[in-house]
Unconditional design. Sequence first.
Length: 222
Amino acid sequence: MPATHDKLDEVHYFLHRLLLEFHHPVEFRWTLNAYLQASRSVLHMARRELRSHEGFDGWWSTSNAALNASPLTKRVIDSRNFVVHQGMLSQTSETMTGIFRGRTFKLGFGGPVPNDWYSENLLRFVANVWTGVFLDRAHTSIGEQFGIRREWRVAELGDGDVVALCVEAHGLLAGFVVSAHEFGGTAMMPEAPEPKGSHDPDRYNVLLETDLDPTLLTRWGW
């Protein structure tokens, strides 16, 4: 099932790209569209590669029923059809902006921001306005700096952070591919292990001053 595996790997790739583009709204939207299209293609490729096997129709019906039992899988597929044939998803973003200690939010404000606002630009503005008010210019309170925590939501995919939903959907698709291997009479090779938290949005959704300029650590004497 080389084509099916290739598409599943493509879904995995775009999942990681979503995490890396967390603070870049336009690139995030484009990557999400690509993720949805690749997800739908996993099913198309499995059907093409397995349809000549005896008993395919029964297996296909059962496997799709299992996928459709998850509302999330159906929303992923429907959203793919929407972005390909109709228009743009209803993407919204909320941020918590203010003082962070480490990568933990301590003090500030939150709420929705325009979708096309890049986190870097917003953070630079906040740091420029609030430095000397909430934190001194030398950041003598070690470990405290300005930052932004961001969350993306897409109504068509359901409630909750969209990246967390995509992580869940990727797991469901991987389970489908395992089932496809079992139907084909072969065992699926295990995926290479990834570091713990590789798919955790909380490792990527915070942007700090020192992320923008690592030399600040030295300038502040941390």
